[in-house]
Design a protein around this ligand. Structure first.
Ligand code: SF4
Length: 243
């Protein structure tokens, strides 16, 4: 495959194939490990998104091949960057990408912190049964979100967009990872469970926590909270491996 790939580190996690359209991300999350993992300068990474070279041409080839093989694995957009950043029209290949995936009847999911920018493509996702839409949310506090994810949409905006997706019949999910403040994660579940079809939960893992946290206790509390509302969820290995 040319641009769709199977990440070696996703075994057992929420998705199987990855599709990264852009290098770089203006959301500037303090916990972002992409510059380190990709061995790129963090200033350059957070300066702005650059589309992958010949991304649409490579995607056309991959999509054609997957359709021919009846390959129905889920494609995750995206492990690197975010497809709903403030993109200039000349670098914006997001909508064209979704159209190619839909034209080839492929299964995919979107994960974004871009808030309302995603609404422009809801006409494509609504009514297409093989797509789902997710947002990352780990803070209930706008102040903490602004401090940790300064370039991302507000908590309210991300929550509103999930509600709109749900209203339009698009399957929804929330990536609650990396949880930093357990009480805020629990508050998010209480507030949003009626409009969220699936939750992924994982803890802060690549840096020290700003405060001591009893993660085993959090795992019990979050399990109880999710099961209490009958939620579908996946607990990431960062929590399941704890003893
Ligand atoms: S949205 Fe993802 S890729 Fe972008 S800065 Fe945050 S963690 Fe990194």
């Amino acid at each position: 495959m040319r641009i769709i790939y199977k990440p070696s580190w996703t075994a057992g996690e929420s998705s199987i194939l990855g599709l990264n359209l852009y290098m770089g991300c203006t959301h500037r999350c303090r916990y972002c490990y992409n510059p380190k993992v990709l061995h790129v300068d963090s200033k350059a990474y957070f300066a702005g998104p650059k589309p992958k070279q010949n991304a649409l041409e490579r995607l056309q080839e991959d999509a054609k091949g997957m359709a021919k093989r009846d390959d129905d694995r889920q494609i995750f957009l995206s492990f690197v960057g975010d497809i709903y950043q403030p993109l200039k029209p000349d670098v914006d290949i997001t909508r064209a990408t979704l159209e190619i995936l839909i034209d080839h009847a492929l299964t995919f999911t979107v994960l974004t912190k871009g808030g309302r920018r995603a609404l422009r493509d809801f006409d494509l996702l609504a009514g297409y049964p093989k797509a789902s839409f997710g947002t990352s949310l780990v803070f209930a506090s706008e102040k903490d979100a602004a401090e940790w994810e300064p370039g991302a949409a507000t908590v309210k905006e991300r929550a509103d967009v999930i509600r709109i997706a749900h209203e339009r019949g698009i399957p929804t999910w929330v990536s609650m990872e990396p949880v930093i403040y357990p009480d805020q994660a629990l508050a998010l579940i209480r507030a949003l469970h009626p409009v969220v079809d699936h939750w992924d939960v994982g803890k802060l893992n690549h840096m020290n926590s700003p405060q001591p946290v009893d993660w085993v206790r959090f795992r019990e509390e979050v399990t109880e909270a999710l099961e209490g509302v009958g939620a579908d969820y996946n607990m990431k290995t960062s929590l399941t491996e704890l003893s």
